[in-house]
Write a protein that binds this ligand. Structure first.
Ligand code: FMN
Length: 459
């Protein structure tokens, strides 16, 4: 019996997320990303489909690797313009009760102190439904936008990220004691100062000497997502992440899942408690023929220039220097190594640039599942059974159509098979994922050792 499937909708606060050119499709509504109504309607749709969450990607740079400038990305709105993803979440939380919010925030360009406040605020406003997708980024343009000449080297970014996590853990878990806030109007005392502790961190990359600005939020530490599956990325994930977003084929996903869970054991964590979400997109129709017709229709809108601008950004490879029938070979650089590895060294075939555009044009570097509701459900079940993943980050081809098709056609089929929830569990996002009473990170997570009373002075 397949285990219960978890589902996040994968979106981004921009027009063109992963399917370059599909913004021009007559039914696509991504261009309304600037209107709260887009997000409000999407959140209500996803909660009707009992999705675990909405997962918002984000980049703090532009895709200017292709051709050495952002022209293709701008022409094709390939993840630019892009608005701040955090700012649409409170509106979605105000019209939903259970939907979780996983938001991508790169830790490479914002100090931990102000960032910790933003996430605590989000956890308060959502009633404990905040999640943070921890990424280190992959675009030099982001670094140039923040005063650097280029991004920090790939593996060093993760070393810095490890210390960043220690700092935010201390702020979220170790600054305010659980009973610091008393709100005692009679005696005019809001909080006991002796129960609020300054975090004195003096590390290799960060220095902090301050109390956390926010009183404890329902989860204190937001649910920790992570995306990045290079060998260094997997070690980082095994140490910190609760939910991991991975991309690639079944074979690559299965080996990544096994490797991360092996590392987690070495870090003293329970591997079963790390939930894996595979990136996919789905084209479903009431019949196979209807799904095929949708696929043929969508394909007409794929824009190769936009697809190559995205691919060049993810891989750090300027595909404008390749002919369409040139094969792709492995290159070591500071971009998303796991995507380069998945398309070269770990691939059981040689990809040409033309084939990458065809494959990645719809839904980006993740597989697209096409078929009737039962065919799609069969494939999702085989993913769960064969790879060990716990669920999916469902990317859209056309929005909100890809999501509403899934909610109306696939969700009922999964529920009929008993592998998808009919009702939400109560509580915070972490309780929905791990069980009631589990609003806080478990004791075997590295963040827990910073809880008050710390087993060592908070420095
Ligand atoms: C499936 C997946 C999704 C990602 N999404 C984002 C994102 O939304 N924003 C971002 O800055 N980085 C994203 N990244 C990349 C991360 O920033 C990652 O830390 C970095 O690129 C290194 O990845 P690697 O360990 O796979 O080489 C993603 C990576 C993967 C594998």
């Amino acid at each position: 019996m397949t285990k219960e499937i978890r589902l996040n909708a994968f979106d981004m606060n921009c027009v063109g997320h992963l399917s370059a050119g599909l913004w021009a499709h007559p039914r696509d509504r991504a261009y309304t990303y600037k209107d709260l109504s887009y997000w409000i309607e999407l959140a209500k749709l996803l909660e009707r489909g009992k999705f675990d969450g909405i997962f918002l990607a984000d980049v703090l740079g532009v895709y200017d690797v292709y051709g050495g400038n952002p022209n293709a990305a701008l022409r094709q709105c390939a993840q630019v313009p892009v608005n701040d993803p955090v700012l649409v979440i409170p509106a979605m939380a105000s019209v939903t009760e259970h939907l979780g919010f996983g938001v991508t925030c790169t830790l490479s360009f914002e100090p931990p102190y102000p960032f910790a406040r933003r996430m605590s605020t989000l956890d308060h406003l959502t009633g404990g439904r905040a999640g943070w997708n921890i990424v280190t980024g992959y675009l030099d343009s982001a670094a140039r936008g923040t005063g650097l000449d280029a991004q920090t080297a790939h593996d060093l970014r993760y070393d810095i990220a490890d210390e960043y996590m220690e700092v935010v853990y201390k702020l979220w878990e170790g600054s305010w004691e659980d009973d610091a806030v008393v709100r005692d109007r009679e005696n005019g005392v809001f909080a006991h100062p002796e129960k609020v502790h300054a975090v004195k961190h003096d590390g290799k990359y960060y220095r902090v000497n301050a109390i956390h600005l926010c009183e404890p939020s329902p989860q204190r530490t937001p649910v920790l997502y992570q995306a990045g599956a290079s060998s260094r990325g997997r070690r980082f994930a095994a140490r910190h992440a609760e939910c991991i977003f991975l991309t690639g084929s079944k074979r690559i996903a299965a080996s990544t899942v096994a490797d991360i869970r092996r590392h987690a054991v070495l870090d003293g964590r329970d591997p079963a408690e790390i939930l894996m979400f595979a990136g996919i997109s789905v084209i479903v129709g009431r019949s196979e023929a209807e799904a095929q017709a949708k696929l043929d229709d969508y394909r007409r809108y794929i824009n190769p220039e936009g697809a190559l601008a995205l691919l060049s950004g993810w891989t750090g490879i300027d595909f404008s220097k390749y002919a369409l029938d040139d094969p792709l070979s492995y290159v070591k650089n500071d971009a998303v190594n796991s995507i380069v590895e998945a398309l070269t060294r770990k691939a059981n075939r040689k990809w040409t640039v033309r084939e990458l555009v065809e494959y990645g044009g719809l839904g980006g570097p993740a597989p697209t599942i096409i078929g009737s509701p039962s065919q799609v459900a069969d494939e999702l079940e085989s993913w769960i059974d064969e790879t060990g993943v716990d669920g999916f980050n469902l990317a859209y081809i056309v929005t909100p159509e890809s999501f509403s098709d899934f909610v109306d056609l696939v969700v009922p089929e999964l529920q009929r098979r008993g592998i998808y929830k009919r009702e939400y569990r109560p509580g915070t996002l972490r309780e929905k994922l791990y069980g009631s009473g589990r609003s806080r990170l478990p004791a075997n997570h590295p963040a827990a050792r910073h809880r008050y009373p710390h087993d060592e002075p908070p420095c």
